[in-house]
Write a protein that binds this ligand. Structure first.
Ligand SMILES: [Zn+2]
Length: 198
């Protein structure tokens, strides 16, 4: 079974090397919608794939990092990058282009890392990230599956190559979140005392 949780953020970028001149030569923004799709073959004690409320912690914080921020490819013009960092407190440096396709891969990597480092406490069996869909506009979206993340022809995305500005990190509920994620630290979900015994 699949479940889906929707997130939104507003982000600015330039998509270099693309055909559309408006995208490749002007800083512009989009109202993104992100669908996080989880899969499980069995339910937790609440008979859910995964409690939606549990996605409101680190996963929400990481996706919200992109909100009211500028995202740039770390291979872009050095002067442009320096200006982004100088005039935007919220910026994200990416090892790949900030296209919808790469956003879907980046967010897959981030959410997958959080889930893999989460200690489940409510009898979740095999919940895992199935797919991430990033809607860049009302009419266009990109969908990432696990095979796309592991595809070197689409570019390598490692956690350590995604850099969040200090302002973004300070706005997380735990400013050390990304260090913990990179260090493989475990995130422990709250213990649930069942009200109905099965
Ligand atoms: Zn765009």
């Amino acid at each position: 079974m699949l479940i889906r949780k929707l997130f939104r953020f507003e982000n600015a970028h330039i998509v270099r090397n693309c055909t559309s001149q408006r995208c490749s030569r002007s800083i512009h923004g989009h109202s993104y919608q992100v669908e996080i799709i989880l899969e499980a073959q069995a339910f937790d004690q609440g008979q859910m794939v995964y409690d939606f409320g549990l996605l409101k912690g680190h996963i929400k914080d990481l996706i919200d990092s992109f909100d009211h921020a500028i995202a740039f490819w770390d291979k872009d013009n050095a002067e442009y990058i320096a200006y982004c960092q100088q005039f935007s407190a919220r910026w994200i440096s990416l090892p790949v282009s900030p296209s919808a396709e790469q956003f879907s891969r980046l967010i897959f990597v981030l959410v997958d890392a959080v889930l893999k480092q989460t200690v489940m406490q409510n009898g979740e069996a095999d919940v895992a990230l199935y797919s991430v869909i990033v809607h860049e506009t009302q009419t266009g979206y990109a969908q990432c599956f696990r095979a796309d993340v592991d595809n070197p022809r689409m570019g390598l995305i490692r956690l350590q190559d995604i850099i969040f500005s200090s302002q973004i990190q300070q706005e997380w509920s735990d400013p050390t979140l990304y260090e913990q994620l990179k260090n493989g630290q475990l995130f422990i979900n709250p213990v649930v005392e069942p009200q109905v015994r099965l």
